[in-house]
Design a protein around this ligand. Structure first.
Ligand code: DOR
Ligand code: ZN
Length: 342
């Protein structure tokens, strides 16, 4: 039986990405912009992005770091419960959405919201709903680590019900419960990462501890992974690819008190092709990595076709720029597909 030897992806979009700043941005920015045509950029810098000035200057730094590539950075700001309607109206055209973090739930989220009560969040959510600004949520409680996303489901429901016109994106979903919730509310959507389609908690901590697979939300059970994978492979119309590629310096991952985040930008498309091919679903991949996001966010991305070929790609053990060193998922392993050089 002959098998496919090349595959093309049109206008790939990564709808959840951490690009960081300074030298780390210069290192990781091009590792996304060379293969994706656009990405939704997270605002959890230090300090988080909460002003127009910080937003526009970050956008400029991203543009500078990715200047050799066709690439649109769709930036977000960090949710605050008391943003004024005037402020949001003023920045509406500069952002793709607003990212809400419960306080302290993950990296650089200390100034996130301390209450998820709809009434507390109402001032900003009401303005967002009126202005048509999407809400991206890190949906975890501070309960037991494996139950945090499940426990957040009623909170998603309360927001979805209270603001039926607000477009809500459940970011990096990791559970069967979250996949099922997509069916219940028209205004709920989701992103899913690469790692959560591939691994379970066993891969992180079942044998020797794997710091480069440690992220928030933590990878869950086999049945959760199966539900996520099934939804991705059929390109569930409310599900988008969002890598949540979250680089941290090597010494912060390989240390006591490992930072949360899996760095997947340089391998994402190659691994997705391998995964969708393995399940005979390559015909759905373009919807999952581009068309669903275009429809959900109303984007018209710049034309960019990425050609992949079936030839070994040895994943580098690390990527370096000046003093920054970052280790990708599957470091030193061999992938079946590689990006064709033009
Ligand atoms: O693992 C994670 N890393 N999860 C997040 O939500 C944030 C991210 C980061 O910024 O490092
Ligand atoms: Zn993230």
């Amino acid at each position: 039986m002959s098998s496919l030897s090349t595959f093309e992806i049109n206008e790939p979009l990564d709808m959840h990405l951490h690009l960081r700043d300074d030298d780390m941005l210069k290192l990781v920015g091009p590792l996304t912009s060379n293969t994706f045509t656009g990405a939704l950029i997270m605002p959890n810098l230090v300090p988080p992005i909460t002003t127009k000035e910080a937003l526009l200057s970050y956008k400029d730094r991203i543009k500078e770091a990715c200047k050799d590539d066709i690439f649109d950075a769709h930036v977000t700001i960090f949710f605050q419960a008391d943003y004024s309607y005037e402020f949001l109206k003023d920045i509406k055209e500069d952002i793709i959405g607003i990212k809400l973090y419960p306080a302290g739930i993950t990296t650089n989220s200390e100034t996130g919201v301390s209450s998820m009560d709809v009434e507390v969040l109402r001032p900003t959510l009401e303005s967002m709903s009126k202005l048509g600004i999407p809400l991206c949520i890190h949906g975890e409680t501070n309960g037991f680590v494996m139950d945090r996303e499940k426990e957040f489901m009623p909170i998603y429901e309360s927001i979805a019900k209270a603001f039926p016109d607000l477009k809500i994106i459940m970011e990096h979903i990791t559970t069967k419960d979250a996949v099922e919730l997509l069916e219940k509310y028209e205004n709920l959507h989701a992103t899913v990462t690469l790692q959560h389609l591939l691994i379970t908690l066993d891969d992180v901590a079942g044998g020797m501890l794997q710091p480069h697979l440690f992220c928030k939300p933590i990878a869950k059970r086999p049945e959760d992974r199966s539900a996520l994978l099934a939804a991705a492979l059929k390109a569930h119309p409310k599900l988008m690819f969002g890598s949540d590629s979250a680089p941290h310096p090597k010494h912060k991952k390989e240390s006591c008190g490992c930072a949360a985040g899996v760095f997947t930008s340089p391998i994402a498309l190659q691994v997705l092709v391998e995964l969708f091919e393995k399940h005979n679903c390559l015909n759905k991949l373009n919807d999952f990595v581009s068309l669903n996001a275009q429809r959900i966010y109303g984007l018209t991305p710049k034309k960019k076709t990425i050609s992949l070929e079936k030839s070994d790609f040895v994943v580098p053990s690390s990527y370096k720029f000046k003093d920054e060193i970052v280790v990708p998922m599957y470091a030193d392993e061999i992938l079946a597909w590689s990006i064709k050089k033009n």
